[in-house]
Design a binder for this molecule. Structure first.
Ligand code: MF3
Ligand code: CO
Ligand code: CO
Length: 261
């Protein structure tokens, strides 16, 4: 996201704050597990959004995007060349579409934020490779996250891996601190140099959410004020996990069913 918080310092959360973040992250992950069965040619993004909304509310949680800075829906759904912040609506999925679904819940005052890629029907080989590279780039970032490392180490690991695969990293959006607020400091860049940026410390909670383009990295935002697309209309993919820095490494709060890191 675009940062833009009044808060200037990175929050160091208390050990007891891990439990509610674990619960919020688990709910976001559960919604993403659930939507896997919905994604198929013929369903509209608006229908997926409504089902996610109802699922979240039934769990006593709030869909954080709804009315967030004027965002009109409960989820972000970003298809093909849409990089992020796609607004669900009448668009019907077609065979071969690739899409990111981004879920953020507020559970007991704590935010759980995660996104994954899905395929409607069967995607072309290059699209599937883009998805695999994007997921692996997130893993590279997570592996760099431990106390004493710097935020630049995370960005460096992601950028080095992605560019080695001949894809590009989007510069205009980044991960973010998270907790009682949706977007807190710091901005978590998905590119950079080792040693740059603040040092990671136990109790920091943040997302890593690389957006990777098959073509050039430049994006533009459409007239709706939200939908970000690749300028060259190349495909784009994104995965997002929310993590907490521990004494020895990090805890991933948003693991999928069966996902091991
Ligand atoms: N979930 C997005 C993120 O990862 C933010 C979406 S903001 C919205 O930061 F308003 F577009 F929903
Ligand atoms: Co996020
Ligand atoms: Co998100």
């Amino acid at each position: 996201m675009d940062g833009g918080s009044e808060q200037r310092q990175i929050t160091i959360h208390k050990p007891e704050d891990f439990a509610p973040m674990r619960a919020a992250g688990a709910l976001a992950a559960e919604v993403l597990d659930m939507v896997g069965a919905l994604v198929r040619p013929g369903i509209s993004t608006g229908e997926i959004d409504r089902i996610c909304h109802d699922y979240i509310v039934a769990r006593g949680a709030i869909p954080a995007p709804l009315n967030y800075r004027g965002f009109p829906k409960s989820t972000c759904i970003s298809i093909n060349h849409v990089v992020c912040h796609g607004i669900p609506g009448d668009r019907v999925l077609m065979d071969g579409d690739i899409l990111n679904i981004d879920i953020t819940v507020i559970l007991d005052g704590w935010h759980g934020d995660s996104s994954r890629m899905y395929v409607a029907g069967t995607a072309p080989t290059k699209a599937r490779r883009l998805i695999d590279v994007t997921y692996n780039s997130l893993l590279e970032g997570i592996r760099a996250a431990r106390p004493g490392a710097h935020f630049g180490d995370i960005g460096h690991a992601i950028q080095t891996y992605v560019e080695g695969q001949r894809f590009s990293v989007v510069r205009d959006f980044c991960g973010h601190g998270i907790g009682r607020h949706f977007h807190e400091p710091p901005n978590v860049l998905h590119f950079g140099r080792k040693g740059d940026g603040p040092e990671l410390r136990p109790g920091m909670f943040f997302t890593i959410e690389p957006m990777v383009n098959a073509g050039r990295p430049e994006v533009k935002v459409l007239d709706d004020g939200w939908t970000a697309v690749t300028r060259d209309r190349s495909l784009s993919a994104q995965f997002e996990h929310m993590i907490g820095i521990t004494e020895t490494g990090c805890e991933v709060f948003t693991l999928a069913a069966g996902e091991t890191i």
